[in-house]
Design a protein around this ligand. Sequence first.
Ligand SMILES: Nc1ncnc2c1ncn2[C@@H]1O[C@H](COP(=O)(O)OP(=O)(O)OP(=O)(O)O)[C@@H](O)[C@H]1O
Ligand SMILES: [Mg+2]
Length: 349
Amino acid sequence: MILDYFLGMFSNDMAIDLGTATTLVYLKGKGIVLKEPSIVALYKGREVIAVGNAAKEMVGKTPGDVQAIRPMKDGVIADFNVTEKMLRYFIVKVHNRHSLVSPRIAISVPKGVTPVERRAVRESAIQAGAREVYLIDEPMAAAIGAGLPVEDPVGHMVVDIGGGTTEVAVISMGGLVVFNSIRTAGDKFDDAIAAYLKKAYNIQIGERTAEKIKIQIGCAMKLDKADEMDVKGSDLTTGLPRTIRINSDEMAIAIEEPITKIIDGIKFTLEQTKPELAADIIDKGIVLTGGGAQLRNFDKKLREETGVPVHIGESPQECVVKGAGKMLEEQLDVLRRLSFEGEETHIAS
Ligand SMILES: Nc1ncnc2c1ncn2[C@@H]1O[C@H](COP(=O)(O)OP(=O)(O)OP(=O)(O)O)[C@@H](O)[C@H]1O
Ligand SMILES: [Mg+2]
């Protein structure tokens, strides 16, 4: 322990939220130092030529032998090899090379990943130069990062809407009591917007444009004052570029289906929650985290459909990495215990 403390003074211990859409890195004592898309550009399917922001610029614009891929699309690690390269790139980017000591790294992983995937993430971080690796369940990290008193004998519900998955958890006394993972989140809103424009306007748009539309005028329920936006795409009949004007009311219709899936998943989780804990949730409300929590009026719709108060965590996209960082800084022993417990007793949900 003393040696650990001593080494800790010289290393750049860090927490990483390895998300399917965004990777964030929190450096001990400094806070968030990196926030980049989880995207890798590959040349001829093998050689990494760009990672993060630089790779995102290339999406949909690459020549034949360059591919921009998301190695963890849909909430699972689709490509271990590329995920490892990406993780290594981010670690090296923030790690102070003057430091002689390797860092200890806390990584949040979706609660639903298999033991094999957990081991793969651990291995990747070791390969990338970590001295010790701790894995923390994403919903737990999200709850801590949102400032919830997770150790109290009080039920709290946290809903993290990421790119690939929505994780719904009820937490009490430092543990996950009820948990569900829904494979519908921010990416599905983008897909639904693209599908809507195809059907309603006979126009095709790329995934980056769909995401831009969602961020600018997307909403889960009509806004008090509708917003408009001009969108460029290619006409499916003529193949020529065309500009159309769309509004936020249409977007509420376009993404209704994935929104309903998420709300149904949250309702199902509430139904599985024991009465005492459910009573706490009615008092304290549901806390939303993850980038998808910023979709306008999602909180309002969820409140209307469940009758439970809903709050959005502060800087929701940063909650997971902040929570993991806080554990690393303040409760290393708990983190260590939780991390290995997960590996031995984890039951895939
Ligand atoms: N202002 C916004 N409005 C709506 N959606 C947004 C906004 N900003 C970001 N998003 C969406 O949030 C999603 C990414 O969220 P986040 O970074 O929390 O995901 P992730 O942690 O990488 O994914 P996962 O948790 O599934 O692994 C993307 O779908 C992105 O388009
Ligand atoms: Mg996430």
